[in-house]
Design a protein around this ligand. Structure first.
Ligand SMILES: [Zn+2]
Length: 71
């Protein structure tokens, strides 16, 4: 088995799962209640991997830990 091929398959699976979850959920600001999405890349490399991450609200500009809700 080619290790590189396994790596590529793993990456494709990870990105598919990330895309699926980022399209199925959104964030809610704990300060003003605004709903927003971070976009796939920020979502994937930020929140999904680090689990807890502070984010700047695009509505009120407050730095907070957003609440995740399913769409
Ligand atoms: Zn806000």
């Amino acid at each position: 088995m080619n290790a590189f091929l396994v790596f590529i398959i793993l990456m494709v699976v990870l990105i598919s799962v990330g895309l699926y979850f980022s399209s199925k959920s959104h964030y809610v600001c704990t300060e003003c209640g605004a709903c927003f999405k971070l976009g796939f890349l920020k979502d994937f490399f930020g929140f999904r991997i680090l689990a807890q991450r502070l984010t700047k609200c695009p509505n009120c500009g407050e730095i907070m830990l957003p609440h995740i809700e399913r769409d």
